[in-house]
Design a protein. Sequence first.
Lengths: 329, 810
Amino acid sequence: MISPLAQHSLMLDITRAGSRLVAVGERGFVLVSDDESQTWRQILTPVSVTLTRVVFANEHKGWAVGHAGVILHTEDGGLTWQKQLDGEQAAKIEFEAAQQAHQANPDEDTEQRVIDAEYLVADGPDKPFLALHFFDEHEGLAVGAYGLAFATSDGGASWRPIRHRIDNPMGLHLYDIEELNGAVFIAGEQGILLRSDRGGHFTALESPASGSLFGVLAGSGNLVAYGLRGKAYLSEDKGQHWRPVTNNRSANLTSGIRLNDGTLLLVDESGGILSSQDGGQTFKVTTLEQPIYLSGISTLANDQIVLSSTRGLVRPSSANNTMEPNHER
Amino acid sequence: MNGDSVKQASDNPVFDERTGGVVERLLFNHRAIVVLACLLISIFLGYQAGDLRLNAAFEKMIPVSHPYIQNYFKYRNQLGEGGNTLRVAVHTTEGTIYNPEYLETVKNISDELFLVPGIDRPYMKSLWTPATRWIGVTEEGFDGGPVIPDDYDGSSESIDQVRQNVARSGEVGHLVASNMRSSVILLPLQDASNKGAAPIDYHALSSQLEDLRQRYETDTIKIHITGFAKVVGDLIDGLKLMQVFFAFTFVICALVIFWYTRCLRSTALVLLCSSIAVAWLLGLLPLLGLELDPYSILVPFLIFAIGLSHGAQKMNGIMQDIGRGADKVIAARLTFRRLFLTGLMALLADAVGFGVLMIIDIPVIQELAIAATIGVMVLIFTNLILLPILLSYTGVSATASRREAERETRALENIEHNRQPLWSFLDHFTQRKWARIAVMVGLALGVFGFVTSFQLQIGDLDPGAPELRPDSRYNQDNAFMVSNYAASSDKYVVMVKAPQYYCANYETLVKVDALESQLQMLPGVVSSSSLAALSKTAAAGMNEGNLAWYGIPSNQGLLNAIITRAPRELFNQNCDLMTINVFLSDHKAETLSRVVAAVEAFAAEHNTDTLQFMSGAGNAGIEAATNIVVKRANVQMLFMVYAAVIALCFITFRSWRAVLCTVLPLMLTSILCEALMVFLGIGLKVATLPVIALGVGIGVDYALYVLSITLVHLRQGATLSNAYYTALLSTGKVVVLTGVTLGIAVATWAFSPIKFQADMGILLAFMFIWNMLGALVLIPALANLLGLANSLSPQRVSDEQGVSRFAQLV
């Protein structure tokens, strides 16, 4: 659906595909910009559900995930999109895989897996994918609500369920995937934190957070996990130990990025931008004039950034930023 | 006109009181009784006029039987916030709203407004009302509360708390401006149709708001108020100014008539009788349970002006008769005999022209039609009967009538018709060559006007309240609201009817969302809200505020949980009616008809027995219905008004050629009036719809007065040139006088603070003056080209006295 309102609609993620910027959001909207966010145009997609995340393995090959278990793929830098998976297919794949596993190894675990898969089929495609990560143009992971988790080794031509390889017995929502020096981290609901070496089993880490974590960001050797009510935690030992990072704002932190100069940036749900020059030890806060929900960050060629938000894509101009604390009178 | 009877009258010093029609004898042989009766009626109705109220009810300005309005009426009690909501924005010019003094001011204003009568208090909303809440998620689960916390104490910590609460309340752009410099107090008004609710006194309400504005505005606090009720309040204030216009009109008319007659006595009498007509009208309205609204307030003007026109004709006739030597009583009777029927026919034509407006299904227009029809009926008594009787007592000044008589004799003796430049110029049009030119020019103008009239826009073209001028306080306030708040002042509401408890059904919501997304794509649609949109936001809210969850949840349990927290304006108690609120950038016909078409198309495709999508509530929905009705009514109205005029003309003239001579110039004026509206950027709307009917009604007067005298002389065997020239000298010159006077009188409305009165004034002035020109130029020209003179066989003249056979009946 091409809509003149797409550019002012909710956009949930933004990323670079070479020289192009690609953003995704509600109603299956995909926007692209070839002029560093000066102008945007809408790209038609085969779905109309909310798209939550987008990543590119290189300047041509990219994937976007969203509600109803949808995974989309592009081969041309985001100009055309094909559906690779939807929730019904995903449930079917999960069910078949569970049955095979049960036949190969009929024990209590595999039986439970079949029962869970039956529920998944019965629920219908009601679960969104919430995060996506590709290691290269072949290997990738997609995770989402209620522990939804799939992996591919062929660029998404086929997806296989990996839920049974994740220590998530409660079926918590999984919100973000991050890679640091060969280790893969997943953060999620109720502060769940998981780690795996590439392709292996995801084991739960001892989490410092009681509230949900919406993201993990890798610095140079450090990890910052962040989420509900502005809480953020720093780990300098690949997730073994965490300590809280000071943030005097209580707005949900929603997304993060590491800039080329090593600066870490986090954004929150009411226009706050937190930046750290010291690998996440301390953060400095600036706020947009309008307290809008920020959902994603990408870099521009001129070392500036562009943000996805509830009102489309915004570029914070330094003039509009006011330093905290700002008690206007 | 009949010179013979005048000569008889002046030759015979004893006038036979038994001559004349039944009505004439009845009236003139009991003159004192008639005068006394009129005096008593005047006292009674003048007293009644004290009860007349000024008001404008929302329900009266809308087409009550259009299906959209029927839908709206059917469900409006369940719609929560209806179309009638006041918005009071409190704006600080220094800093932001996060300031204890500012919040205190808002609290005080909010508290005061809560007590204003007419406010639907449960639905009132401001930063301080308990209904204004934020919802957030903590590690423990849901958290929420009023935006201004219960323990608010004005400290900087409290203020910070408010700042945070506002950010997560979702009210930015709705209750709080996105630049944080103002916040709104929403005041839904009680519906008069609700049992027990008294009708809202808009003027009192508006005065209270103005008083509030006066008291709270400072150098740094500004108050902006918008909403239908404020528009009406401002309109009623504007109406008070109408008294000034009325005085102005009165003076202009007095001067013009005095300049023409040079007789103080008769000028005063004509003005008196017309004023009596207005007094009777104003007395009759409350007796009939009618009020004056911003539309019908123009009727007294019209009645006064029409009264003057007929009064001037009577006075002119009596003056000429007295000038010829007749006694004042005889002069009055002769004039009555000569012109009563023509006057009656003309007033009947007016009444029909106004009465036709009754078919338009909008109460304000119907009430205007009733008032105007009553008004012209009253004129029959005051200006066709009372005026000649009063003149029969007073007579006219001797010098004035002598001057008049000399002027007439000179003119009639002037066979070449070249003595008076204006009359001799008009006389040219009875010649074939000039007639052709006039008709060709008329035809060219007609074609040009007709082509242009296709660009005529339906509806209001100006932003804000089109009733008021673009630079009025109200429209400035409105511009403030539109530029600072996401929701515009133009709201179109689509109603969605589902089975009971199905408002939160997933399939239903998906359809609602589908329509909403189609509507959002339309040019002119700024934003929208619905339960579907809300469920998406709420889905995110229930997942810790994470917008990655933004989408309609397909989980029924979750949906049910969502609607328990949803604001009531999106669905009703039974959970079987939802609304899609569509906010528009303007209310131009183009924008509205796009929305109407989109909703109709969607409804045609998706409506089932259990799920129906219906237009339309909200001010824009009502306006859309109004536009549809106005567009259709325009065609109907023109058709009927012309059918009526043609019928009346045929009864009067008994000649289809004469009917064509009358009607074609009127049609030209109607077409050119539409073209003028295109050039002036005036849309066809409730206010301008009646103009053409009013214009035709009054325009036909001119034609009747000129043509009836011309026909009498033609039937007596005069040439067209002579017959027309004689008509010009008797009634024709009064037509000029009237056209100019009426034109000037209505043109003064152009200075009204109320935009549509100004529009009506300009258009009516154009119609009055152009109709006059049409009557004087095109009637002789068409008479020539259609061979009117030869078509009348002398045998058909059954009597030398009357205008037609009907005269004897009267």
